[in-house]
Design a protein around this ligand. Structure first.
Ligand code: UDX
Length: 441
């Protein structure tokens, strides 16, 4: 079976490399020439554990990349993995998807093909794509992905479920083809959810919005804990012991970021509104997340009174650990707020590419901010904390492994604002630090 993967971003690249590792002949298609050149040399344009290794293993063997849509001619299955970013109103922008479908048309002939939509798309999109492809010998299948950045390769080979949505469940042909492609997972007894398009599309949004809601729930509770002297970490732990609640995604902090949660929650709100239903709970999830970072920033401001001229080390730049992805990163939002208040920021992240991306982004986009004047990104955590008025933890790395005694000697003032509740409070307090967490006094 020959496979094309359109879009070599996060989802597409992992899908292409993963299917190549499963033994399929795969061609990745993308309009970005630079990226394609790089990929054909076995270089990954994004940082992800094990990705480059697998890419190198299969490149120019059973995996190639091109800017041409021509390989679709030979393909039995085409995975559409293009981005569906947020538009100005908060809807998912389907321009890239529809443009890929249009381009694909030139290479569709009488041969039967399965077109699989892996991009996160609002309910009704698979139906629309089928409509656009009316008259062509294709079936359209919805197959959302649930990869987590940082461990996406692991997630590809160890999914918790495979979700497949079809137009007509009595039509066995596309079902059989998808079950063959994902045969490896069938053998591993991974649950397959075979359903209709709309259900499949909504499973993706429902899962992400539910996880985001868990985070916003605990974040809202953290504000009350903070005020009344309760400890949110103990609350989360105790709640998590109840198996019906579960202990995952209950870590309070400065909110969720990344390429999925913020955009998918907003897009789900729009889907409700477009269907004239008020999304009461999901709207609140989004609002809590927007407010959480402001609440934490006020905490910092409240301590100093005026942030003008103060210097801060911001630990963590990407939206979460082990990634270079800055999209919707709370760390970047916090840096922007600090800079807007006249503070000086010294940023640090363990991932080199996250540091590089931060420098490049600020050099490119932020005219008010002068890199090397009020913003610095350091390669060494000890350099980042040198002479600062306060340390702000923005990403949930385990910073306990660092030498806090040494850090204590380097800073100007021993104050920590732990936006992710990761530090051993007793230890740092013993070293003379003042500690402010989220929902833990
Ligand atoms: C998420 C989903 O987990 C994944 O299934 C989907 O395919 C894409 O979106 P990802 O964006 O990689 O994956 O990030 P995730 O690990 O889920 O974290 C999202 C954000 O939530 C991060 O900013 C993280 O810091 C935050 N978070 C997570 C919390 O604030 N508290 C928690 O308890 C967990």
């Amino acid at each position: 079976m020959k496979i094309s993967v359109v879009g070599t971003g996060y989802v597409g690249l992992i899908q292409a490399v993963g299917l190549a590792e499963l033994g399929f002949e795969v061609v990745g298609i993308d309009i970005d020439e630079m990226k394609i050149k790089q990929l054909n040399k076995g270089k990954s344009p994004l940082y992800e554990e094990d990705l480059e290794e697998l890419l190198k293993k299969h490149i120019n063997k059973n995996l190639t990349f091109t800017t041409s849509y021509e390989p679709i001619k030979d393909s039995d299955v085409v995975f559409l993995c293009v981005g569906t970013p947020q538009d100005a109103e908060g809807n998912a922008d389907l321009r890239f998807l529809f443009s890929a479908v249009e381009k694909m048309k030139d290479y569709l002939d009488e041969k039967y093909r399965v077109i699989v939509i892996k991009s996160t798309v609002p309910v009704g999109t698979n139906r629309k794509v089928k409509e656009i492809l009316k008259g062509y010998n294709v079936d359209v299948v919805s197959n959302p992905e649930f990869l987590r950045e940082g461990i996406a390769v692991y997630d590809f080979f160890n999914p918790e479920r495979i979700v497949l949505g079809f137009e007509d469940l009595s039509n066995k042909k596309p079902i059989e083809i998808m079950e063959t492609i994902y045969g490896y997972f069938k053998e591993k007894n991974i649950p397959f959810i075979i359903t209709n398009w709309e259900t499949s599309e909504l499973i993706k949004y429902a899962s992400n919005a539910f996880l985001a809601t868990k985070i916003s729930f605990i974040n809202e509770l953290a504000k009350l804990s903070d005020k009344v002297g309760a400890d949110i970490k103990t609350i989360s732990y105790a709640m998590g012991l109840d198996k019906r609640i579960g202990d995952k995604f209950l870590n309070a902090g400065i909110g969720y970021g990344g390429s999925c949660f913020p955009k998918d929650v907003k897009a789900l709100i729009k889907q409700f509104e477009n269907n004239n239903i008020e999304p009461i709970l999901i709207k609140a999830t989004d609002k809590v997340n927007e407010e959480q970072i402001k609440w934490f920033f006020e905490k910092i401001k409240g301590y100093y009174g005026n942030l003008n001229g103060k210097t801060f080390a911001v630990l963590g730049l990407a939206f979460k650990p082990n990634t270079d992805d800055l999209r919707e990163s709370r760390a970047i939002k916090l840096i922007d707020m600090l800079l807007d208040s006249g503070a000086i920021v010294k940023g640090f992240d363990y991932v080199e590419k996250a540091r590089e991306n931060t420098i490049n982004m600020y050099k490119l986009n932020k005219s008010k901010i002068v890199y090397g004047y009020n913003l610095y990104v350091l390669d060494d955590i000890y350099e980042a904390v040198k002479d600062v008025d306060g340390i702000i933890i923005a990403t949930e790395y385990d910073y306990n492994k660092e030498d806090w005694k040494k850090i204590g000697k380097l800073v100007k003032e021993k104050v920590i604002f732990d936006g992710r509740n990761v530090l051993d409070v007793k230890k740092v307090k013993k070293l003379g630090f003042k500690y402010y967490g989220v929902g833990r006094r």
